[in-house]
Design a protein around this ligand. Structure first.
Ligand code: HEC
Length: 473
C-alpha cells in the first residue's frame, strides 16, 4: 500500500513535467512517461494489472477506460490523470490500449492456406484460387454471364471469362497512378444485359499546383465494352477546377447503384477539413443519375455554395459502398486515421463528423480531437479500433451459404482479414473474422453461382489473387 502511494507521488511529479502534454506529444511517449512504470512497457502488467487481457474492472468500454484514466481507481492505487492529461490525450491512450490488446488477441488466429478448407462459426469453407496477376487488383464485379471484370490500380481493366481466360480491355482512360490513386472501382449497370453500361472511377491528373507539383481528382465515367475495347465513354462527374489539389491521397472511391441513382464516394484527398466544407467534393458521398445529371432532390441542391452532387459529408475515405439487396439502404466502410475505421449507414444529408469526431488519432500518436460524438453528427453503426483498414464489401443473400443469409462481408487491408458482420435492426450483432493472414483483402463480391469472391494482394511480391470461397460439404 505504502509502496503504491510512494509511486503515485513519484508519478505525479513525472506527470507535472509532462503536463505540457500538448497536441504534439505522441501517445507512445505519454504512455512511457505516465503509465509504463505500473502497467509495463508492453502493457503486459507489472505493479498494476495487464491492459492486454480482456479482464476489466468494469465493462471494458471506451468510456470506462477513459474514466479510469481521468478519475483514477483510488482504492486500487490507480492515480487520476484528469488534471494532467487533456481529454484528447486520454482518448489517444484508449486507442493505444485497444491496439495493444488487439495485437495480443490475434496471435491466436491461425493462418489458413489457399486451396485448403477452413472452418468458421457457421460454415466450413473451401478456398480456390481463380486467377493471379502482378499488380494490385482494386475492384471486381460480375457480368450477368458469369464473367468477371476487374481493375488493376496500375491503370487497367480486365475481363476474366468463364474459362479462366483474362483479356485486357483496351482504350480505357489514362489514370494517374500515384499514392493511393489509379484505376479504382468498376461496376456494371444492374441493367447491363439491356444497356451495356460499365461505370469506372479513377484518379486523373489535371495539372499542377502553384508549387509545380502534379495534382488530380477522382473522375467518374461510364462506357461500353465492345470487341475488348472501351468505347462510347461519357464523363459523369469531375469536380470543379478550383477544388483540384489532390497530391495522391484518399481518392475513395466506390460505387453503389440504386434504381436510377449512382452513388460514389470521394475521400478527403488528404485535406481533412474539406470533409466539413460543402463547397468541395472531398470527404463526401455523392449522388447523381446514372447518366451524370444531378437529382434536384439532393440535400444541398439549393444551397448556393454547396456542390449539388453531395449526398452526405464528414466522410474521411470511404472505400466500400454497397446497396443492401433487400432494404436498398446504402452502406459504406470508411478508413479512419489510426483507429476509428467505420461502418456507416449512408442517409441523405447527414454529417458523419470527420474530422470533428473520430474514434481514432493521428498516425504519429498525437490527438485529432477529444470527441467521439457531437450533436448533429452521425455515429457509425460499427467502428474498429485499432484500424483494420476497412475496404470493399458486399451483402450475401445467395442460398449457397445457407447460414450467411443477409450477412455483410468486409475486407481489410492492413489486418488482412475477411470479416462477417451480422446486422440486426441496423446494429452489428456479430463481427467474425473468418479469414486472416492470406493477403490484403480489397474487394468482396458474390458470384452468380453464390460463391464468395475476394481479391487479395501481397505488397512485397506485388501480386494479386482472386480467391473463390464455397461451402465444404
Ligand atoms: C501507480 C501505478 C499506476 C499508474 C502510474 C497507472 N496506473 Fe492504471 N491502474 C493501476 C492500478 C493498480 C489499476 C487497477 C486495476 C489493475 O490493477 O489493473 C489501474 C487501472 C487502470 C485502468 C482500468 C483497467 C480496467 O480494468 O478497467 C486503465 C484503463 C488504466 N489503469 C490505464 C492507465 C493509463 C493509461 C495510465 C497512464 C496515463 C495509468 N493507468 C497509470 C495503476 C497505475
Amino acid at each position: 500500500m505504502r509502496k503504491t502511494n510512494y509511486l503515485v507521488t513519484a508519478l505525479s511529479i513525472l506527470c507535472t513535467s509532462s503536463l505540457t502534454a500538448s497536441a504534439a506529444v505522441k501517445v507512445e511517449d505519454i504512455f512511457k512517461a505516465n503509465c509504463a512504470s505500473c502497467h509495463g512497457e508492453q502493457l503486459q502488467g507489472g505493479m498494476a494489472g495487464s491492459l492486454l487481457d480482456t479482464t476489466w474492472l468494469k465493462d471494458g468500454s471506451d468510456k470506462s477506460l477513459s474514466e479510469a484514466i481521468k478519475f483514477g481507481v483510488k482504492e486500487k492505487g490507480m492515480p487520476a490523470f484528469g488534471a494532467s492529461l487533456s481529454e484528447e490525450t486520454i482518448r489517444t491512450l484508449v486507442v493505444y490500449i485497444r491496439e495493444a490488446g488487439y495485437r495480443a488477441d490475434v496471435q491466436a488466429i491461425k493462418t489458413p492456406t489457399i486451396n485448403k478448407r477452413f472452418s468458421t462459426k457457421y460454415h466450413s469453407v473451401n478456398t480456390q484460387e481463380v486467377t493471379s496477376t502482378s499488380g494490385i487488383i482494386w475492384a471486381m464485379d460480375f457480368l450477368p454471364d458469369g464473367s468477371l471484370l476487374y481493375t488493376l490500380r496500375e491503370g487497367q481493366l480486365w475481363l476474366l471469362d468463364k474459362n479462366g481466360q483474362s483479356t485486357q480491355i483496351k482504350n480505357t482512360p489514362e489514370v494517374w497512378h500515384r499514392g493511393q490513386g489509379g484505376m479504382l472501382d468498376v461496376m456494371p449497370d444492374p441493367d447491363y444485359a439491356q444497356n451495356g453500361w460499365v461505370y469506372l472511377s479513377y484518379s486523373k491528373k489535371t495539372g499542377q499546383n502553384k508549387a509545380g507539383q502534379d495534382i488530380g481528382i477522382t473522375a467518374i465515367v461510364r462506357g461500353k465494352i465492345k470487341n475488348n475495347q472501351w468505347v462510347e465513354q461519357q464523363t459523369l462527374f469531375e469536380a470543379p477546377k478550383q477544388t483540384h489539389r489532390n497530391r495522391g491521397w484518399h481518392f475513395g472511391s466506390r460505387f453503389a447503384i440504386s434504381g436510377e441513382y449512382l452513388f460514389f464516394s470521394n475521400g478527403d484527398e488528404g485535406h481533412q477539413d474539406d470533409a466539413q466544407d460543402l463547397a468541395t467534393q472531398n470527404g463526401k458521398v455523392h449522388r447523381i443519375y446514372k447518366n451524370g445529371q444531378i437529382p434536384k432532390d439532393n440535400p444541398f441542391f439549393n444551397h448556393s455554395k454547396a456542390l449539388k452532387t453531395i449526398w452526405t459529408y464528414g466522410n474521411r475515405n470511404p472505400q466500400g459502398l454497397v446497396k443492401h439487396p433487400i432494404t436498398h439502404q446504402i452502406w459504406s466502410t470508411e478508413h479512419g486515421p489510426r483507429g476509428g475505421d467505420e461502418l456507416n449507414l449512408i442517409t441523405k444529408g447527414l454529417n458523419y463528423g470527420w474530422p470533428k469526431i473520430t474514434y481514432g488519432m493521428n498516425y504519429d500518436g498525437t490527438p485529432i480531437t477529444p470527441h467521439t460524438s457531437l450533436p448533429g453528427m452521425q455515429q457509425p453503426v460499427h467502428q474498429w479500433t485499432p484500424s483494420i483498414a476497412v475496404a470493399g464489401m458486399n451483402f450475401y443473400t445467395h442460398k449457397l451459404f445457407q447460414q450467411w443469409q443477409g450477412d455483410l462481408f468486409v475486407g481489410s487491408l492492413a489486418k488482412k482479414q475477411l470479416h462477417r458482420l451480422r446486422i440486426k435492426n441496423d446494429k452489428v450483432v456479430e463481427d467474425e473474422i473468418i479469414l486472416k493472414g492470406l493477403g490484403r483483402i480489397r474487394d468482396v463480391v458474390v458470384a452468380p453461382n453464390g460463391k464468395l469472391y475476394i481479391t487479395m494482394n501481397d505488397r512485397q511480391a506485388n501480386e494479386s489473387k482472386i480467391i473463390a470461397l464455397s461451402p465444404s460439404k
